[in-house]
Design a protein around this ligand. Structure first.
Ligand code: WTA
Length: 633
């Protein structure tokens, strides 16, 4: 598998040193980081205990820092806390009641600001509302909402009372949503009526209607009605503001154990249906706090903007829990990046004097296509730190970002991490020298390496599997209802956390991520399992067999191509292609729709009948076929 990615190995020599204005302000210098890193690896328990004491408020201190019963681990055993206390109450108590927590904006340039004091009250009202519906500690609540303040507040309200939230990205289809509701046996679904993208309203409520149809265990659907809506709510449905209107704005935070679950977030793996990655409270709170603080170098008066959606892990860790725990002011923007025009994002940076900006390479490549004249129209001088996440950033995009958005006055932090890791694992902190295309070094407390199948480190600049040697505080604790899938992370390559990514490490210890080693496709930073798309296709009456691959794409990073064998009685046609695309959209959502569908008579298989996607991909890209000894014929 590893040799396949050799073609993308680029020689990246140039080192970018942080500008003086970044260095002057940086919370930690390169030397301090190096010292801290050394200590964090030599004595991780002492290091994390110190951080936990310094950075978080605990109702009761832990009895033991760390325990590892391979492959299961725990952090801060016996410690009691509530993540919302760390995100809200303590700031309100420490003089930040009137500091803005979120500035919301949308395509119509509406603006809503909410302070820490107001957000705490809103969260408490929702929490009390949920309690009034019978939600208890440990119950699951699914949230299927657009990027609005009520969405983030609903997540926090769950955490306030110890309910486990499962946020589902509002671009997923009814079937995808239904699978997640069923898998977690959610008691409550919180949704909204619509979101707006490129000026068009996208209906969300009807997706939920279809998803919950016949699911008796779902007790209530809470519906946030948006401006202009007048819905007749059906049985089981309750209006969001009706629910919270008469609730008290005080709600004591539930005293939670450090190892109690905080949330489930489904993500695609190489086989089967998505896995419900489970994160627990203590370690996750600490690790997202510490990474937010040091990787984004957050100062008291900074304005921070993460362009993700709360439906993904980036939204959980770096739009909600990390930034609030640190106490910063965040911008959130509903809608498309380039609507009404490609200057929209830069106008937001200018208007709110954004200092820290965190986005995905796919967005940067989109703006490269529009041309540098768009950002050039705006004053972007407030920016100090630029972040990248979700997929490898090619050096051209890195340099474009650095020059046209950062105006050569910013540090870039290319953060490699995953739903499973909870927080940033590999990056350079802002005061560190940067190499375009290379994410950088392991963060504090993280021992990352590039190894072969047997777990032995490969020589510098050779391709291998990216692994982490020991559990870190925000590592996933299990996969919901499927512990065997969790265990695989630590047993695939014995005793090491297997990320599923291919990487190289250079002589300076900088790690470059080359992409997935498995059958996961990364489309615009979204993880899509080939198996999911294949089973969606096969569920169409015309399809006998399907195989799906990822192909390099200029903007999206990868695009999806499907090879389909039709059943007898079906003929290839343009109409059928469209029909199959619609079908995948309905089964999974628009993000999983193949760009190309090719009808074939045969698929390359191993003698045991497994489809060899590697061969399809090599043929498609005109690359050497590699080892074909296991091919059936
Ligand atoms: C990819 C997103 C290169 C990688 C936070 C990983 C990256 C998957 C980077 C996780 C990066 C994420 N450079 N590749 N900076 N960040 N990836 O779970 O393949 O949605 O395994 O988490 O995205 O995707 P996930």
């Amino acid at each position: 598998m590893a040799e396949q990615k050799d073609e993308v190995l680029l020689k990246v020599e140039k080192v970018y040193y942080p500008p003086k204005r970044v260095l002057d302000k940086a919370l930690i210098s390169k030397e301090e980081f190096d010292q801290m890193y050394k200590r964090s690896i030599e004595n991780p328990e002492e290091f994390w205990a110190e951080m936990a004491e310094k950075e978080l408020y605990w109702f009761k201190k832990w009895d033991k820092v760390f325990e590892w019963n391979f492959p299961y681990y725990k952090w801060f055993i016996g410690g009691k806390l509530n993540i919302t206390y760390n995100c809200l109450d303590r700031h309100v108590k420490n003089g930040k009641r009137n500091k803005v927590a979120y500035i919301y904006t949308n395509e119509d340039n509406q603006e809503i600001k909410i302070t820490y004091g107001e957000l705490l009250e809103l969260v408490n009202k929702i929490a009390n509302g949920l309690k009034s519906l019978g939600v208890q500690k440990g119950d699951r609540v699914v949230i299927y909402m657009p990027l609005v303040i009520e969405q983030l507040a609903s997540m926090l309200a769950c955490a306030r009372i110890g309910a486990i939230h499962s946020v589902v990205y509002a671009g997923f289809s009814a079937n995808a949503l239904r699978m997640r509701i069923e898998d977690a046996k959610a008691k409550i679904v919180i949704t909204s009526t619509w979101t707006k993208r490129r000026g068009k309203k996208i209906d969300l409520k009807s997706v939920v209607d279809e998803a919950v149809d016949g699911l008796d265990f779902v007790e209530k659907i809470v519906v946030l009605q948006r401006e202009g809506d007048e819905f007749e709510l059906a049985e089981k449905e309750i209006d969001f503001y009706q629910l919270i209107k008469d609730q008290s704005s005080e709600c004591e935070p539930e005293i939670m154990d450090a190892e109690d679950p905080l949330f489930i977030l489904y993500t695609s793996g190489s086989t089967g249906k998505p896995k419900g990655v489970l994160h627990t409270i203590g370690g996750y709170n600490l690790y997202t706090h510490v990474t937010t603080k040091y990787v984004f170098d957050i100062h008291e008066d900074d304005i921070y903007w993460c362009t993700a959606d709360p439906g993904w892990i980036t939204g959980h860790s770096y739009m909600v829990y990390g930034p609030l725990s640190v106490g910063t002011t965040s911008v959130i923007a509903e809608g498309a990046p380039d609507y009404p025009d490609p200057g929209r994002w830069w106008s937001i940076v200018e208007k709110y004097r954004v200092n820290i900006f965190y986005t995905a390479p796919t967005a940067i490549r989109l703006f490269m296509k529009y041309g540098e004249e768009w950002p050039a129209k705006y004053d972007l001088s407030s920016l100090r730190i630029l972040g990248s996440v979700g997929e490898p950033i090619n050096p051209e995009a890195w340099i474009w970002y650095y020059e046209n958005i950062g105006r050569k006055q910013c540090s870039i932090v290319d953060t490699w991490w995953q739903t499973e890791t909870g927080g940033h694992m590999i990056t350079t902190v802002p005061a560190y020298p940067q190499k375009p295309g290379k994410a950088g070094k392991p963060f504090l407390g993280i021992e990352a390496d590039v190894v072969n199948k047997d777990g032995e480190p490969v020589p510098p600049n050779n391709v291998g599997y990216l692994v982490i040697r020991k559990p870190w505080p925000s590592a996933l604790r299990t996969c919901w209802g499927e512990p065997e899938r969790f265990e695989k992370y630590w047993t695939e390559i014995d005793n090491l956390y297997f990320s599923g990514d291919l990487a190289t490490k250079d002589e300076d210890g900088y790690i470059m991520i080359l992409g997935r080693a498995d059958d996961v496709i990364n489309v615009s930073g979204h993880r899509i399992g080939t198996a999911e798309v294949e089973s969606a296709l096969v569920s169409h009456p015309a399809v006998a067999e399907a195989a799906v691959i990822g192909k390099p794409h200029d903007i999206k990073g990868e695009s999806i191509k499907a090879f389909v064998i039709l059943r007898k009685d079906y003929q290839p046609s343009e109409n059928l292609v469209n029909d199959l695309k619609m079908h995948v959209r309905h089964e999974l959502g628009s993000l999983a729709v193949p760009d190309e569908i090719e009808f074939v008579d045969k698929l390359p298989k191993t003698r045991s009948g497994k489809i060899m996607r590697r061969i399809l991909r090599a043929k498609e890209l005109g690359m050497p076929l590699g080892d074909i000894s296991t091919l059936e014929d």
